[in-house]
Design a protein. Sequence first.
Length: 437
Amino acid sequence: MNTNLSISTIERQNVLNNRFAIEAIQKTLNVEAMLFDGQYCFTKKMVADFYEVDERTVERYLQSHEEELMHNGYFLCKGKLLKELKLRFAPDINVATKTTIIGLFNFRAFLNIGMLLSESEKAKQVRSLMLNIAIATIHEHTGGGTKYINRRDVNYLPSAIAEINYRKSLTSSINECVDGHHTLKYAQVTDNIYKAIFRENAKEYRELLKLKSNDNTRATMYSEVLLMIAAFENGVGYEIRERYKAHGKQLLTMQEVYDIIAKFAEHPFQQPHLNDVRTKMASRDLSFCDAYHGNIAEYLQAVTPKEYERFIGNESIDFETIIEANQDVLKRLKQNGLYYPDFVPKLSYLVFRFCTGHFFIDGNKRIALTLGVYFLHKNTHYWAAMQFMQRMEAIVYQIAASRIDENLLLLIMQNIVDCQDFDESLKIDIIHAIQND
């Protein structure tokens, strides 16, 4: 993959979508600009002067990359906005009285044009700075490594649990219904599923991600990839067992299993999901881990600003640190039979404590959800753990707002652990609690 910013549209957008990098670059460059309409702006002349090129050169790139530059903050100032600009900055920017429109670059667009100016030595220096800072900000927000950046996604844990549960459908079907080496056949089927989803076997994936021999392959995969694998494993396991029954309980050959996987991958229902997973894996691994998945390169896109927030921003969680920091609490809850003799009160206390305790500056609700899933999984309530995030997401907001108390939460938790829908009476109690503000 070409990492030259002047050539690669995806690499340019990956930097520009990373607000943490943009903020750090802005502080480092400390370039003079106009603070106008709530953002720092530059005229064409200011851009040309900074990058030490002719204004006609800037104009040429504006014409050839207009859509990209406008997407990243270049805009046309006219009407009342132009009038305000003239009143405030006319002496400094030399705008003619009769001028009816002027193009302005915000800071992102200012960097964007710098990425494109291949003939500018100053722009080349800025491009090097941008890449260094972009890499540094990702490492800074992930504690120095990106191997397990997938775990910073709040959706990772429930997806990992779901994948573990659905894999049992596949392994039991392989064990009972497929001929072959008693241990090797599991790895062979898994490799074939990987090839169907992201066109790499386990060995190729490990080499691309530079994983060590003791690293768990799936522990590095994004939540969407894990769910896609879970869907394949559950579906393929079902099809293996059905064909086994249809053939009079005759063991299937490995080739028959491969045919099932291939047919599963080619089903029209799977295509949107496969495309989405390949896009996310190829794009995120390139941006976060500098890993280029050549076999799915056609799915490459820039990582979106929302994804940056999800993995290194305000929406991310430091899963390992949360678990490590709260091991004592989790251990005491698991062992304490005096104050919380049953599992449900322990779970209820854990979620309520972290949701209302304000132990962290931000993310207390996400931490409460994550610890709830973790505690359920550790205590073998697997199906409840899979559903926990979805069922509790709205509830934790009401707990944090002091609308749902410990007693009502205990009733809610009992239904979640039992994997039961809330009955009419409980739903009414929840509605009353939310409305009683």
